[in-house]
Design a binder for this molecule. Sequence first.
Ligand SMILES: *[C@@H]1O[C@H](CO)[C@@H](O)[C@H](O)[C@H]1NC(C)=O
Ligand SMILES: *[C@@H]1O[C@H](CO)[C@@H](O)[C@H](O)[C@H]1NC(C)=O
Length: 262
Amino acid sequence: MASKEYRLIQEETGPDEIFTHYHDNIPSLSKKRRLVTYILCITLALSLAANALLTLHSLRRPYDIPPNKTAFAGLERNTPIAWTDDSAFASHNRSTWDQAWASLNPDTGYVAISDAFALRTGLHESQRWPWDASKGLYLLQGYHSLHCLTILRASLVEMHDQKPQSLHFRHINHCLDGLRQEIVCNADDTPRYSGLDQEEGTGRGQVRMCRDWGKLEEWAERHSACYEYEPGVESLEGGIPLDRFKHCPDGSEPWMGGVGGG
Ligand SMILES: *[C@@H]1O[C@H](CO)[C@@H](O)[C@H](O)[C@H]1NC(C)=O
Ligand SMILES: *[C@@H]1O[C@H](CO)[C@@H](O)[C@H](O)[C@H]1NC(C)=O
């Protein structure tokens, strides 16, 4: 299932092939051996050089994206949003609160990305998207974080409602640490004002420049992996059930034989 992009060179002209050839031709050993050693050295040198180039290429940031745009969806910090203490997500009205959180859909973040784009942008190789072997299945970080928030919230709600915990503590801990890593990686240096008219806390109503989540949502839908989690249907031993990838937002049906998914 794994992409061959980063292993082509070893697979095509690897030392194993040459050794097999050598063992098949026992007569005139010493002359052959010298030739084989020579070819082996050249091949190894070429292979190492090519691997080094590929590694450098895959670690480098993409060169064709302006520094103030994100590398993948090309988002800019151009959307002013004020911090608030009274969004629906913090509502004291339970039904408003539940509705707000239920409106988030982390599944949108599963995208199918072409190997060409992945190579150009230095992405790690990924498992194949089931309907097109030239695309890898990825989960966008923002949506992974949202998924983690909804997991943590579900656990808290169960605790608050004095219901048994439905999630493994390990999963909850994974999510807690995932969010910690996200915060540390972003190293957000925005100073939140304090005091003045605030009852308590900091930063209320303070405006900052955000990226446009709607634009990310659009990009995710254009590259949709057509994924939708079905409650009750758990991952099988052989991988994710294929039926989960049959929910394309544009109504297309890439599993019907054609290439699809943007
Ligand atoms: C991003 O950078 C380009 C030039 O590199 C500039 O024209 C544009 O105004 C910048 N956008 C923002 C939101 O800073
Ligand atoms: C909570 O909000 C809903 C609308 O989402 C409203 O119908 C209901 O009356 C509110 N409940 C309370 C206790 O304010």
